[in-house]
Design a protein around this ligand. Structure first.
Ligand code: AMP
Length: 597
């Protein structure tokens, strides 16, 4: 491993970074720094966030800046205001001992006038979000004609956020001969387009393998029914008492919903999404940074500006629609030499996405088993014992109370005292999980909607009584495998006979009949469209499966071998008489195991 000195970093910059605790270069720095200092070639660097890329491009840029010329010489474009401020801050720190060097962050959401004033005073390095920079260019307040180097940081994120046109416009303003560096965690096609258009035979630097996730991150998925996702989330959070993580949701609404539920259930959580004002977002991020919040529920966009190195977990509450986002999400843990776990709580239909993501990150997921109530109690108990061992005893303060306490507890043996302390902490938790039903893992067969490997009997016992996904109703249809029906032909039937487009959920094809799920709002449409139509020499008969729609108001006995459904109570109790009680109610709010930070 080389030193910063051997890489060619100047003494005044080395002094600053040494003070910041940078002892040795990180791999991306080792690759990029000598190259940038020595050559004027364009560079594409594939590097995850947290790999030290800011210093990789920042140190050489600072070193190459001519402080005697008071015009912008380097331009760094990045996707968010937070990243913009962070890069500018880092550059300012690195250049503490470089006299006369001025770096200006330029981003939306703050006074454009003060940015214009600063530009007039003269800066050599501009760090900007694309939108605000375009504003300034349009007002003729910034000149880029002396820019020698352009850095696109988190280029894939900028494209995801719709900045392609702005980037094109900005790049058209800088001189052709400039050097260009592009940093990206992933390499989607759009990036390749930009590089072809603007870069001249770039050198590719790859830290780790292309699109590879950080090796410090373990990837685990838990397969659950959609209706169990929230319960699974709670169990995972309970299983890791010291969890400090981000829970990614797909929409703002889901983000708020999950955060509200967690807070209501006694977790130390909050939400971060675009419906909050900038001030609210800043406040949540700050609380999370200082670990006042343990679980942050966030959308991808809102979490982008958040820079935290010590996350223990990233939880994907469902996998992202755009699977590339998974790399960004999981890259938020396992940083700065630490290990982390990226968890996907997924529904059977998302299993295909797991395989696609594995290809992108070039790593395998483990399939996790949702921790049992017992395992959680044990884990929390030992965490408590751990804390008991490590607790700082304030001898002076407690001394005066001890004689009275000893006297009170004189009649108890040491073992009794330990039992009591542990019970004080754990009775509620144990009660909570005692009767909790284990969360069922759906089988692969269920996800494929094919039952070839099922024993017939089992089909009959299970499939009809299976509960539809939330928002869906389960329909029975009197055609099955003997009628040459498979999932595709069944979907074809619906498309053919139902006027509007209907999205079809799970399909279970049986020997003589089948089940399929459709959105509740489309049930009547499907019944009207399909009933009494002919297929081959069969007349189609469709009805709501037993037990659906308020527990069997469509009941017509068990004709056609349809499975009978068990009594249908509330969703949470509808598991053969088990009470899901505690899992579906709030978490016990004791002072103990669930201590708020
Ligand atoms: P970045 O990928 O630029 O966001 O950097 C990730 C983290 O690593 C930041 O907290 C940096 O301050 C830190 N860092 C960068 N380079 C080094 C280094 N050579 N030694 C120690 N820490 C570093």
């Amino acid at each position: 491993m080389k030193t910063f000195e051997e890489l060619g970093v100047a003494a005044n910059i080395r002094k600053a970074i040494e003070e910041m605790g940078y002892e040795n270069p990180m791999p991306v720095q080792e690759e990029v720094i000598p190259y940038l200092l020595g050559e004027t070639k364009d560079i594409i660097a594939l590097a995850q966030t947290g790999t030290g890329k800011t210093a990789a491009f920042g140190l050489p840029l600072l070193q190459k800046t001519n402080v005697k010329e008071n015009v912008p010489q380097a331009l760094i474009l990045c996707p968010t205001r937070e990243l913009c401020l962070q890069i500018a801050g880092d550059l300012a720190d690195y250049s503490r001992y470089v006299d006369g060097l001025r770096v200006l962050p330029v981003y939306g959401g703050s006074s454009i006038d003060s940015q214009i004033k600063a530009l007039k005073r003269g800066v050599q390095i501009i760090v900007a979000t694309p939108g605000r920079l375009i504003d300034l260019i349009n007002r003729n307040t910034v000149k880029l004609d002396k820019v020698k180097c352009v850095v696109l940081d988190e280029a894939d994120e900028m494209l995801n956020m719709g900045f392609t046109d702005s980037i094109n416009e900005i790049l058209s303003q800088v001189p052709e001969g400039r050097q260009m560096l592009l940093f990206s965690a992933t390499m989607p096609k759009e990036i390749a387009k930009i590089t072809r258009k603007y870069m001249d035979d770039p050198k590719e630097i790859i830290i780790g393998r292309k699109n590879e996730g950080s090796s410090n991150v373990k990837h685990v998925y838990y397969l659950v029914h959609a209706r169990d996702k929230y319960l699974a989330l709670k169990r995972i959070a309970d299983y890791y008492p010291n969890i400090y993580g981000i829970i990614f949701c797909r929409t703002r609404r889901e983000t708020q919903e999950i955060a509200d539920k967690l807070i209501q259930d006694g977790y130390n959580a909050d939400s971060l999404h675009g419906d909050l004002s900038q001030a609210q977002r800043d406040s949540v991020m700050q609380k999370f940074r200082i670990k006042n919040i343990q679980l942050l529920v966030a959308t991808d966009v809102a979490a982008r500006g958040l820079d935290v190195d010590s996350l223990t977990h990233v939880i994907n509450y469902g996998l992202p629609d755009d699977i590339e986002s998974y790399t960004h999400r999981s890259g938020r843990t396992g940083r700065a030499g630490k290990t982390g776990i990226s968890i996907g709580i997924i529904h059977v239909k998302e299993k295909g996405k797991v395989r696609e993501i594995e290809k992108i990150i070039n790593r395998k997921f483990e399939q996790g088993t949702i921790p049992s109530g017992d395992a959680i109690c044990e884990k929390q108990l030992f965490n408590f014992v751990d804390n008991l061992e490590k607790v700082k005893v304030n001898e002076d303060e407690i001394e005066k109370f001890l004689p009275a306490i000893y006297k009170r507890l004189e009649w108890l043996e040491k073992e009794d005292i330990i039992k009591r302390i542990a019970s004080l902490e754990f009775n509620r938790l144990i009660d909570y999980y005692r009767d909790a039903e284990e969360i069922e893992t759906p089988s692969d067969r269920q996800s494929r909607g094919d039952d070839k490997s099922f024993p017939r009997r089992k089909d009959r016992d299970n499939s009809g009584s299976r509960q539809a996904e939330r928002g869906y109703s389960r329909l029975f249809v009197n055609v099955g495998r003997t009628d040459n029906v498979n999932p595709a032909t069944l979907m074809g039937l619906v498309n053919e006979f139902v006027a509007d487009k209907v999205s079809i959920g799970r399909i279970d094809i049986m020997q003589n009949f089948s089940f399929f799920e459709v959105p509740e709002r489309d049930v009547n449409k499907v019944l009207n469209g399909l009933n009494n139509q002919e297929r081959g020499n069969r007349r189609i008969s469709v009805e709501v499966a037993q037990g659906e729609r308020g527990g069997g108001n469509n009941s017509r006995g068990n004709s056609g071998g349809r499975p009978q459904r068990r009594s249908s109570g509330g969703r949470d109790n509808d598991r053969g008489g088990f009470s899901r009680g505690s899992d579906s109610s709030s978490r016990p709010k004791g002072k103990g195991g669930f201590r708020r930070r």
